[in-house]
Design a protein around this ligand. Sequence first.
Ligand SMILES: [Zn+2]
Length: 345
Amino acid sequence: MKITEPVRAFHLRFGSHDLVEPFKEFIEKVLAPKGINHLVLESNTSFVFESHPEVTGGTLTKQDAREIAAVCKNNGIRLIPLFQCLGHQGWGGAPNSILKAHPEFDETPYVPLDAEWPDIFCRSWCPQHPEVNQLVFELMDELIDAFCADAFHVGMDEVYEIADDNCPRCKGKDRAELFAKAVNDLHSHLVKKRGVEMFMWGDRLNDSEKLGYDQWEGDMFGTHKAIDLIPKDIVIMDWHYEKLAAYPSIANFIEKGFTVIPACWFKTAAAVDFLNESKRQAQELGLEDKLPGMVVTSWNGWDKESFERFINMTPAPKECDEKLEELEELYRTLSAITEKLNSRI
Ligand SMILES: [Zn+2]
């Protein structure tokens, strides 16, 4: 299935069996009334995997996934599971449950467990390890089936550990080619074999020097040329959380033939500016259909209290220059962006 309607998307990290009830209530009482019709649910390894119990890092069960999927379906929301691929396999030097169970997949096994930025950002798996894809595809298959999903988000933001000089398979290889190989391997499985629509973050494909971004929102490290080496039916979520003078990656993705969905965070003025600018770029190119909507991301740790706060947080404060704490401003951003997208302004 492909995107067929305006996208009003929300993203959150979620992987707790104990929070399923408040989460379902949040979907029904907050997201659905706001008109959200795509939910990017980043569960990563927080799912109880039956095919590979050794990589289970959380408590979300198959039954939980089915229940969440049913609530989404009943509310007209397309659920997109997100599973971080390649990079973000842990935090700093600490490995996640995949690399703990399978240290042979670690691109930088020599990095100490307590290493921190700037020595390491996050560990990656090695895209050239001959067995890594089989494991990852089986984990993805479980998530697709459990969530009854017709779309899948592979993450792939902020990948800095790639083509490491100490990796016997990757040493000396071109970073863009290795990044593209990882994307193409995932595309083969997800799109060609499973028939789901593939989503990914856009930052590693942005040429920072040409487009004027920093090392987080764009690439200064050698991966961006992968933009010309991957299929154009991958939907790109391009995140920019601060108000910038320009966001030229939006037009760049569209001109390259991609569908692109700008991704904002909690800062309302930045989010509104980013959406307006993105629409202007798509209109100038005469390719508005390549910009189907926007995704509001959240990076707070969701718990029972924060779900309940959102459920009870009405009406949204309107003034953009008001000083608010992050959750309140996130709610205001969700309201402002969905209002604009609902009315197609
Ligand atoms: Zn490697």
